[in-house]
Ligand binder design. Sequence first.
Ligand code: SAM
Ligand code: SF4
Length: 348
Amino acid sequence: MDSSAIPTPAPSGPSRQADLVDPFGRHVSYLRVSVTDRCDFRCVYCMSEDMEFLPKADLLSLEELDRLCSAFVARGVRKLRLTGGEPLVRRNVMSLIQSLGRHVHSGALDELTLTTNGSQLARFASDLRAAGVRRINVSLDSLDPDRFAALTRWGRLEQVLGGIAAAKAAGLAIKINAVALKGVNEDEIDRLVAWCGDEGHDLTLIETMPMGDIDGDRTDQYLPLSMVRARLMERWTLDESDHRTGGPARYVTVRETGGRLGFITPLTHNFCESCNRVRLTCTGTLYMCLGQDDAADLRAPLRANASDDDLHMAIDEAIGRKPKGHDFIIDRRRQKPAVARHMSLTGG
Ligand code: SAM
Ligand code: SF4
């Protein structure tokens, strides 16, 4: 059961243990946590309309999520991102965020952040800032109300723009994530670049990834970002930037707006060599790679006893299996997605 009263642990933070290093010498310093697989939207590239969600009884409690995240922080994780599903629709999620904020305040974490569809931001923006969150990613694929409604099936653009404005007013830095979709929003990318420039938001464009069955055919939606970039260069001057977040995005600066523009191209560019991240689901399953099915169960060792010894052994064993890379393919001959689970389970 969720509880709003997560006990506040000692302010010193978790005791330090050995850092997590995988067999290829990569330090695992970034944990992404899907706190729920549920969502108040049904984006066409992410979910089918009649999604089946996990039974609530299978979910880790907020206290268990806190304990798991804190175990990773004790092993050298410096950045924690909450995602979903929609993280802000999980009941009492703010109490988890407030509790995890202690690791920011103690200096154990460099960053506590989240990826959100923005629908609940008007309500939570100032609490997020007070909890220690400084930057957030907001997904926004269109600035046209009708198109936005069609893309998200259940979303309202006005509500999301209101949320983004509230986040900006609360002092949160905002990065907009937009999935580039052929024949859907490709004519709007220019507008998104201009709008983000005006508003002072960074923008990252994402290629569709073949994850989970959706109602349509993904090969119809796939738009290579190399093409988007070539088109953008007809209007904007894109200066190469050496900005890196340790993630898969490659960045340029848009000279005319001064804004930062990122490209995430999982299908046309291999970013695995520098991968520093692992992903945890809301049931305590750890995925060592977004593009592979191998996973480790951390819920059993978490629940086995009150000490974290078994948990740390399970984490070590899992990191020892982190694969060298993914092999996403969008191929017209393949009927099945490359990875069976939906993005909403691991949170992207
Ligand atoms: N609900 C939150 C949101 O939309 O930001 C967090 C979870 S969502 C799964 C995280 C990111 O994954 C979003 O930016 C979304 O656009 C992206 N995403 C979802 N399905 C995708 C897919 N099949 N290919 C590429 N990106 C996808
Ligand atoms: Fe929900 Fe985010 Fe998936 Fe859209 S992309 S359906 S907002 S989880």
